[in-house]
Design a binder for this molecule. Structure first.
Ligand SMILES: NC(=O)c1ccc[n+]([C@@H]2O[C@H](COP(=O)([O-])OP(=O)(O)OC[C@H]3O[C@@H](n4cnc5c(N)ncnc54)[C@H](O)[C@@H]3O)[C@@H](O)[C@H]2O)c1
Length: 352
């Protein structure tokens, strides 16, 4: 078995947190690795050989937390130096939302064949395009870490839709609330999941951003920390297959991450922890509510890492490609464009 040499850039919790103690409350739950490092630690074929952050204290923290697994890990403050010295096979890019592009492009150009890039893929379409171009030109694989794409619950819900349990999917109503309901972070998760279920390309959108963001026409955030730099908003997506999606990503609403998939013969409601199927009775009323039990398996970041290695070894199309990541970003940029044009309808794809 080949051992893959792994590097990680950006060492906050999602990159480097050690696993929690196994939960005691349910025999169904397997502890899921909470970070990129924790996922690599589970897999026998991956070894983290080097890590990088601008902050020395995060390098020290990483050494401390992971010395029992990777005692000889090398630490860097310059990712280019790390790439030059470490013969990496795989790189996790876990830097702030607007700092993914240069690292991905440099990694692909340096010959790194597997790149796990955090979401959103980027904060401008120009950045997303040069990332995808560099990855494809160099024959590398890039997976965009929209985490729910590896969650069995969402696959179970999509299987219900695909097998016709709700008839023909017509409408998706999606909600992300709470104080950090921002479009780039974490509206990108919600919009990506809408695309996951719609299974079509977006044709046009319109949107209204949160109060205070009336003149917000391009990304002005700090990478995801400060909600003041990243608006929430309500929007509409019309997909080419006729599916209509309503996006509510608004601060000042209840915390939650929910999708309602409405078909001609029923509905699937997908929350963060479980999904419900409602089907139509003979009188056309919704009834017969069934719980779809959540399965906890190898999912989330571990699913993403396993899939990345599989794609590197066997080829194929991943479940969360650069193009998937770009689609979610284009919808968000489409929302900003709609705001700029007085909340008007914006045709997609946007001009390059
Ligand atoms: N998939 C998920 O569920 C999930 C959850 C949390 C965060 N994220 C994503 O993970 C990424 C990181 O999130 P965060 O909240 O930790 O971001 P952050 O901005 O708080 O931290 C980013 C880290 O990257 C480091 N960094 C930035 N540029 C660097 C460079 N050029 N070289 C080396 N280090 C650099 C910073 O010093 C910092 O420690 C974001 O893209 C975010 O959206 C995803």
């Amino acid at each position: 078995m080949k051992t893959y040499r792994v590097g990680i850039v950006g060492l906050t919790g999602i990159a480097a947190a050690p696993p929690d103690a196994p939960p005691q409350d349910s025999p169904l739950r397997e502890p899921m690795p909470p970070s990129h490092a924790a996922a690599y630690a589970v897999l026998p074929q991956t070894r983290v050989v080097a890590v990088c952050d601008l902050k020395a204290e995060l390098l020290d923290r990483f050494r401390l937390d992971w010395q029992h697994v990777w005692a000889d890990v090398h630490t860097y403050t310059d990712y280019r130096e790390m790439i030059a010295h470490e013969s990496l096979d795989v790189l996790s890019v876990v830097t702030s939302d607007h700092c993914h592009a240069d690292i991905v492009v440099d990694a692909a150009n340096a010959g790194i064949k597997g790149i796990l890039c955090e979401k959103p893929i980027a904060t401008t379409l120009a950045d997303a395009d040069r990332m995808i171009e560099a990855v494809e030109r160099n024959g590398a694989v890039m997976t965009v870490e929209h985490t729910r794409r590896w969650h069995p619950l969402y696959h179970q819900a999509r299987a219900l839709v695909r097998q016709g349990d709700i008839g023909e999917l017509r409408v998706i109503v999606a909600h992300l609330g709470g104080p950090r309901a921002m479009l780039f972070r974490n509206g990108t998760h919600l919009i990506d999941m809408i695309c996951f279920f719609a299974e079509s390309e977006p044709a046009w959108v319109f949107a209204e951003l949160d109060p205070g963001f009336e003149d917000y026409f391009e990304y002005r955030g700090d990478g995801g920390r400060d909600p003041a730099g990243d608006p929430g908003g309500s929007g509409y997506i019309h997909f080419r297959n006729g599916v209509r999606a309503f996006v509510n990503c608004r601060r000042g609403t209840c915390k939650g991450f929910e999708l309602e998939l409405i078909g001609t013969d029923g509905e699937v409601f997908v929350g963060n922890e479980a999904a419900e199927l409602w089907t139509k009775d003979a009188q056309g009323r919704l009834g017969g509510r069934f719980l779809v039990p959540p399965l906890y398996m190898k999912s989330h970041i571990l699913g993403a890492v396993e899939e990345l290695i599989h794609l590197m070894e066997h080829g194929g199309t991943g479940i969360s490609t650069g193009h998937d990541g770009r689609r979610a970003l284009e919808i968000i940029i489409g929302f900003l464009t709609s705001q700029k044009q007085g909340n008007a309808r914006v045709e997609l794809p946007l001009p390059r």
